[in-house]
Design a protein around this ligand. Structure first.
Ligand code: GRF
Length: 187
């Protein structure tokens, strides 16, 4: 199988990056991770890029030029899929247009509910029955692109933000890879 080249954008711990790296080591997973981009120079996830010898770049400035540099990196490396894995910066409409249909994001709620930040806090406050995570295409509107895969879990009455996050993240590690398989199985 000829694997597609993918880039993962991170800002933090990178546990989803870790899960994608693990999946990509299997010969029949459709992508390889050829680039990691972070907007934070201290993002823990960068240690994973180093550990697995994946080229990485840090872009922590704002504005048009920084995105232009990212775009150049991505085009030079012939990246065909961008996975946002905890990337806490909003991409410009122009950037998204350049990569239409090729950027996916993982979001810790059952979209379209609870777009934006602080999802666990809001979910618990509203006494929801279910929590979960969604992998979706990225469009110009925050957390609003077409859904690829979504998985829910039951909230326990003993759950707090920390325990809920842990349980939701455990399913994220599965559905991010599964969503990528589905994208390429179709094509
Ligand atoms: C994930 O829970 C994801 O849903 C959200 O940011 C978190 C990133 O965690 N967008 P990590 O950096 O992958 O550990």
């Amino acid at each position: 199988m000829v694997k597609k080249k993918a880039c993962v954008f991170i800002s933090g711990t990178g546990t989803n990056l870790r899960a994608l790296i693990n999946s990509s080591r299997s010969y029949n997973f459709p992508i390889n991770i050829n680039l990691v981009i972070s907007n934070k120079k201290n993002a823990k996830g960068l240690l994973l890029a180093k550990k697995f010898s994946i080229p990485f770049k840090i872009f922590n400035s704002n504005g048009f030029f920084y995105e232009k540099k990212i775009l150049k990196e991505i085009k030079d490396k012939k990246i065909s899929l961008i996975c946002l894995a905890g990337y806490m910066k909003i991409l410009s409409k122009n950037f998204i247009k350049n990569f239409k249909g090729k950027i996916i994001n993982i979001h810790p709620s059952l979209l379209p509910k609870y777009k934006g930040i602080d999802t666990y806090k809001r979910i618990l406050k509203n006494k929801e029955v279910n929590a979960g995570s969604t992998v979706h295409y990225v469009n110009e509107k925050l957390d609003s692109g077409r859904i690829i895969l979504r998985k829910s879990i039951l909230i326990k009455n003993t759950d707090n933000e920390k325990t809920l996050k842990k349980r939701v993240q455990n399913i994220e590690y599965l559905i991010f890879s599964e969503a990528i398989r589905r994208i390429y199985l179709k094509n």
